[in-house]
Design a protein around this ligand. Structure first.
Ligand SMILES: [Mn+2]
Length: 315
């Protein structure tokens, strides 16, 4: 796929944008940065863009420490421009449809393949999108700039929860390749400092209000919670040995954000999200982690949603 894409992009005189999923996470930013740099090796320049916000302080620090040039979308893309989507897919709820033409999608989520995108590389089994991008460098035997390698190594580490979640040979190979090019000390510093003191109140609240039935736990924050922090709290709750599935709801604006973490191989986080959002919302993700939204918070009851999941998994 990538060779044909490079060929087409090289011939084109259109502007190229690399778009991440909305409210990007480290893997999304690292993938975009990696792809941008990979394409530069072939004389193709591009601009990284995203919708939503960069929510986490840790990600802002990563972006500035590694000199990553990202621009929040602000009407600067026209129908004439080309868009490559990374770590997300055209048609997904968390990827805003921008005016340009989506020429390619590089992703590792469970998605339905869009029929109108000419170049697709969707690897549902791969642990991170950064892995797919790193593999491009490996296949071409290219050296990787220190900042780029460091970013990709952070991307793999975050999405695979330090090589403990959804990790494949391909992820480990990519991680190993990056090790020789990255600033490993800096990467470790970033990985160790993922939260900030202002998060502690949310941890406190999560611990104190956790609900549980057998090895399934859930929480509802009716005062809201940033979606990226929901994922971090989810990983924390799931690290309790008694809990295999964690469902997190937060009322954000007038809708309900959902984040699910799962470590039971018989279950699927993305299925759980599908069951809870069917005809009232949207969402998706992986077997191990998924996210979604219920469009209206009116009449929302966490117990009703959790019961749907319990029924679905025959619990
Ligand atoms: Mn990812």
């Amino acid at each position: 796929m990538i060779d044909e894409l490079l060929k087409v992009l090289k011939k084109s005189d259109k502007r190229i944008f690399i778009q991440t999923h909305d409210f990007p996470d480290p893997d999304a930013i690292a993938s975009a940065f990696g792809l941008q740099n990979f394409m530069e090796n072939f004389g193709i320049s591009s601009q990284i863009t995203y919708c939503g916000d960069i929510q986490r302080e840790a990600l802002k620090t990563m972006i500035s420490d590694l000199h990553i040039n990202v621009e929040k979308y602000c009407n600067n893309i026209s129908e004439e421009d080309l868009i490559v989507i990374v770590d997300g897919c055209k048609g997904s709820k968390n990827v805003t449809d921008l005016p340009g033409f989506e020429i390619a999608v590089i992703d590792h989520h469970i998605v339905s393949e869009p029929e109108d995108v000419p170049y697709l590389q969707i690897e549902e089994s791969t642990g991170s999108c950064s892995t797919i991008i790193t593999t491009y460098f490996i296949e071409k035997n290219l050296t990787i700039q220190k900042d780029v390698a460091s970013a990709l190594k952070i991307g793999i580490s975050r999405d695979t929860d330090l090589l403990t979640r959804k990790v494949t040979d391909k992820d480990v190979n990519a991680f190993h390749y990056l090790y020789s090019y990255a600033d490993n000390e800096m990467v470790s510093k970033h990985l160790r400092n993922n939260i900030q003191l202002s998060d502690f109140a949310f941890f406190n609240k999560a611990i104190n209000s956790l609900k549980r039935y057998k090895n399934i736990a859930w929480l509802y924050f009716d005062q809201g919670c940033e979606t990226n922090l929901m994922g971090i709290l989810g990983d924390f709750i799931l690290s309790a040995k008694e809990i295999n599935l964690f469902i997190f709801f937060a009322k954000n604006n007038n809708s309900i954000s959902i984040s699910v973490r799962n470590e039971n191989p018989q279950w699927s986080a993305s299925e759980a999200v599908r069951v809870m959002t069917k005809s009232i919302g949207a969402g998706g993700g992986h077997k191990e982690m998924a996210g979604g939204v219920i469009f209206s918070s009116n009449d929302f009851s966490p117990e009703t949603s959790v019961n749907r999941v319990l029924d679905f998994f025959n619990e």
